[in-house]
Design a protein around this ligand. Structure first.
Ligand code: HH2
Length: 282
């Protein structure tokens, strides 16, 4: 049963990776204290939801044992959930359940398999599309029609989740997960096909490798992670304009500002004001 409504305001999900090896911020907030402090910064920047993850999904990332992932994420979820909505970015049922017990109310699932856990726990669920697993997913991804294949898989999973009793379901094309630069661009260009399913749509492009490739200098060298803000903002605002209900980003303050300009009210700031309300240059 589709569940998106056009009246809902768009949301900004702030990324909090409690990992030593995430592709853009690995090691930056690895200890509990540093991660919680970063979470408070993201709240101050206007994040509606904070997505806590304890295992990197970058291409070639190593699998983290359950006990270690629990050790990384549970205290952070516990500390932040009284202040802000928290999602748990995991593919492990045990971690999802423990995070929900600690206060998370959304399971962000890049494997699109955990809807029974979400149903059992009575929380929301994000189904993200990926082809393959992080170990090999970027080796040689292939599709016939990438948009149709991604849409159909996600619509099928969303239907199963609704049937199982999950009340809040999001679908996510999984930018960069078993996709070439062209696959990513096509999914973004035709995002309306996902929106048309009627399900809530989440998009995560923030700082991803394809943005580095697109912003390569004359020497052909991809722009480093630190130089991908423009592409991150452009793609986030595009996604919101196309009808995505949420974007998953590292740069929360900049995204909140950029998103206000495309006219879809974004969380934490009361929505887009009229240009006539503000003085030029003030
Ligand atoms: N991307 C990443 C991780 N989780 N979840 C959803 N729903 N959508 C995404 O696009 C997505 C995701 C990868 O980004 P990041 O968390 O910054 O890196 P890493 O996996 O290396 O920790």
């Amino acid at each position: 049963m589709p569940d998106a409504t056009t009246e809902e305001r768009a949301l900004v999900m702030g990324i909090l990776n409690v990992t030593p090896d995430s592709f853009s911020d690995g090691g930056s907030w690895f200890g509990t204290e540093a991660a919680v402090a970063r979470g408070h910064e993201l709240i101050a920047e206007g994040a509606d939801i904070i997505d806590v993850g304890g295992e990197s999904t970058r291409p070639g990332a190593v699998v983290v044992p359950v006990e270690e992932e629990l050790r990384r994420v549970v205290p952070v979820v516990e500390a932040l959930s009284p202040r802000v909505r928290v999602s748990i970015d995991t593919t492990k049922p045990e971690v999802a359940e423990a995070a929900v017990a600690a206060g998370a109310t959304l399971i962000n699932d890049v494997s699109a398999t955990l809807w029974p856990v979400a149903a059992h726990c009575g929380v929301g669920w994000v189904a993200m599309h990926r082809q393959g697993t992080p170990a090999t997913m970027q080796d040689d991804p292939r599709y016939g029609d990438v948009v149709a294949e991604v849409r159909d898989l996600l619509a099928e999973r969303a239907a199963r989740a609704h049937h199982a009793g999950v009340g809040e379901v999001w679908i996510d094309p999984g930018i960069g997960f078993g996709k070439t630069v062209d696959h990513n661009l096509e999914l973004l260009a035709r995002l309306d096909a996902l929106v048309a399913t009627g399900h809530r749509v989440l998009v995560g492009t923030s700082r991803k490798a394809f943005l580095g490739v697109l912003a390569a200098g004359p020497d052909g060298v991809a722009a480093p992670v630190a130089d991908r803000l423009s592409g991150s903002l452009a793609t986030a605002t595009w996604a919101l304009q196309q009808g995505a209900g949420m974007v998953r980003v590292h740069d929360v303050a900049a995204t909140v500002q950029a998103a206000l300009l495309v006219g879809r009210p974004v969380g934490g700031h009361g929505g887009a004001g009229s240009m006539a309300d503000t003085e030029v240059g003030s």
